[in-house]
Every structure is written in structure tokens, then in C-alpha cells.
Design a protein around this ligand. Sequence first.
Ligand SMILES: Cc1cc2nc3c(=O)[nH]c(=O)nc-3n(C[C@H](O)[C@H](O)[C@H](O)COP(=O)(O)OP(=O)(O)OC[C@H]3O[C@@H](n4cnc5c(N)ncnc54)[C@H](O)[C@@H]3O)c2cc1C
Length: 395
Amino acid sequence: MRVLVIGAGPAGMRCAEAAATRGLAVTLAGAEAALPYDRVALGRVLSGEAEPGALITHDARTLRGLGIAYRPATHVTAVQAGTATTARGETLEFDRCVLATGSEAVRLPLPGAEMAGVFLYRSIADVQAIRRHVVHGTRAVVIGGGLLGLEAAVSLSQIGARVTVVHAVGWPMERQLDAPAGALLAQQLGATRRLRFAMPAKTEAIEGAGHVAALRLADGSRIPCDLVVMAVGVRPHVALAQASGLAVNRGVVVDDAMRTSEPSILAVGECAEHLGTVCGLVTPALAMAEIAAATLAGDVAAYAPRPDTAALKVSGIAVWSAGEIAPADAEAVTLTDEEAGHYRRLWLREGRLVGAVLYGDTADAPFYLDLMARGRPVAPFRAHLAFGARFAEAA
Ligand SMILES: Cc1cc2nc3c(=O)[nH]c(=O)nc-3n(C[C@H](O)[C@H](O)[C@H](O)COP(=O)(O)OP(=O)(O)OC[C@H]3O[C@@H](n4cnc5c(N)ncnc54)[C@H](O)[C@@H]3O)c2cc1C
């Protein structure tokens, strides 16, 4: 059976590898020019800790060894029964096709957003472009204080930029952290990484004559800068699925076996929408890829989502969260050790853990994740729950 995987990000690569290992004839077509690489580790290239080549996960020899025909710089524009068309006008034939087109970074539609010196943070090409613009003392603004924005800000600071993070909400990573944990994080990033924060702050325009000179905020203040990185979120890449007539909501709608509305076409990773949810992390994207490979091989397999977890990849800063954060209808258990800079808050509904934030000490993350994933009642050890696995399990 000939399988065409479209998109060579982590999900596409994993699906191609798993399908090839099961003896299927796989072609992997990706829009990016690079060999498949570890997107999650891009911050290490931005910070100068790694060369771009170090992120490559599968070189040409490995791909050949797996029997995968790799086609880089191949943008697929349409898929119909059995054939895909590329932007260069080629036709690729297949029996089954997998969309793994991932997400694109959102560019805020601000005045000045297209100016030189404004960058996105999604691909190796983006990171290389940013690096070409940074010298010691460059004044950088990162718009967006989520996971990616903070990682970009820390990496920029590591290569000598003076960085301000502009964030619309009152504390960073508000989707993963509650306000007290967010405040601890901002304080620690300021003290240890010299990051400045403007929050809550709304960006109104990027000013400059041909090149970025300042960011104007809604309150009229200006932040002079030489470089702007937008890290304000991603949206699923669904243009190809739409052009091909597949059912699309926010993402390409898939069933448990990763089949789209056209059963010969599957979708995996961040472009796929399963049970109304689009994933934004690599672990579920890879899990979907494995399920799709099994489906392609004729096995019965079903994707079962697990609670999302988030961890910041900044050395010396231990922060982790999972599940629902500060839901209004849950009770909270809080443990704080101000001296040590430790904070943890757990949310319970109907006697079960539904969300957790750990700051300063994240050693118990696997324990809490397991409780959530299995929906285990916590009543037998509730009094010890906040102290972690060692105490709860001894109770
Ligand atoms: C800097 C950074 C750090 C991150 N850190 C973490 C982390 O710590 N933990 C975590 O869980 N996640 C992290 N993520 C998110 C993680 O990278 C994504 O969850 C993961 O890449 C999703 O994989 P994917 O294959 O579904 O999509 P993508 O990685 O987006 O890959 C999709 C690929 O498809 C290609 N494509 C799109 N349309 C077409 C087309 N029509 N034809 C051909 N090719 C096409 C794209 O060019 C792209 O190469 C990070 C992301 C970034 C940018």
C-alpha cells in the first residue's frame, strides 16, 4: 500500500516511521526545506546552545534505511481521491494519505506587523532569521507571555538581548498557571534572566520607518526596540484539508482511528481535531501518529487523549501544570513554602483531582498526572495529597 504523509513535523515523521516499520511504502512530503527536526528544541538554537544541524532527528541515510521517500520543500496544495498536487504542479499518487500539516504561528494583524524586524517563532527558518538580527544589547520585545514567548525571551536574553515581554494578561502562562504561580514565575524570570514584563498590556502598533523602532501600547506608552518576536499562539494548518473538501472545524475532524470525513485520508497532530479538541503539544501529536500508522496497517486502534501537561524548558525554573487550571466549580488545596519559593495548588471535583500547578518542586508531577489520568478517588489520602506521592501513598 502506498502511503503519502503530508507535513514532516514531529507527527508526520513519527507516522511515516511507524507506517514504514509496518512494511508500508511511505512518501513523506514536507513544506520546509530542512530534514525532519525537533521543533520542541528550537529554543536551544535561538540561545546558541545548539547548531541547527543538531536538531535533525532523521538524516537522509536514516530515512533511506527506513524506506521512506522524503520530499522536502514540497508544499501540497490539494488532495483528491488517490492523488495530491504540489505547488510546483507535480502529482503524487497514493492509496492512503495522512495530513500532518500542524499549526502556523499567528501574526497579529497590527499596523507594522509586516515590517522588517518582526518575526514569528515556529520553524528553524524563523529562528535563523531572528538570530541574524540579534547582537549584544539588541532591544527585543516578545509579544506573548505564554510558554513559547517565555522560552523565546529567555533564549534571546542568553545571547545578550535586552528583553521585554508584553503580555495581555496580568501574569505569564495564564492558561497553565494560576495567578500566584504566574507571579512567582515573573519574579524569578526578572531576577535570574533580566526579563522585564509589561502586563497586562495590549499592543496597538509596531512603529518604525521600514524597520522596527518601537512598540506602541494601548495606554499610549512606547517601548523602543530593534526586534519584535510574536508568540501569541498558533492555529491549525487546515487550508489543505479545506481545499480538499474534508470536514473542518477548528482542526481537521477525525475519529478515534484518526480517519477524516474521507476514510482514505487520515489526519494527525496539531492539525487534527479529535472530540472537539485540537492538541497543542507534541506528546498527543505523536500518540495520534502511532494510532494512524496502526489504522493504515489494518489494525484496530483508538486514540485516547490524556490530560495536557505543561512544563517550561528553562533551566533552574521548575514549573509544571496539568488538567484544568482554577476551574470555578472545583475546590482547591494549596501548599505554600514562601522561604523555599515552593507553591502547589490542586483542584478537586467530586473527590477526584482535575488540575494541578506545581512551582519550585515538580518531583510529584507524575503522581498527580497519574491520579488525573486514572480518575482515582483521593478520599483515602486527601489530607496528605498536597504533600505528594510519598506521603499520600503511605496514608
Ligand atoms: C519553539 C517551540 C517550542 C515548543 N516546545 C514544546 C514543548 O516543550 N512541549 C510540547 O509538547 N510542545 C512544544 N512545542 C509544540 C510542538 O512543537 C508541537 O506540538 C509539534 O511540533 C506538533 O507537531 P505536528 O507534526 O503536528 O505539527 P508541526 O510541527 O507544525 O509540523 C507540521 C509540518 O507540516 C508542514 N506543512 C504544513 N502544511 C503543509 C502542506 N500543505 N504541505 C506540506 N507540508 C505542510 C509544516 O511546514 C510543518 O513542517 C513547541 C513548539 C515550538 C515552536
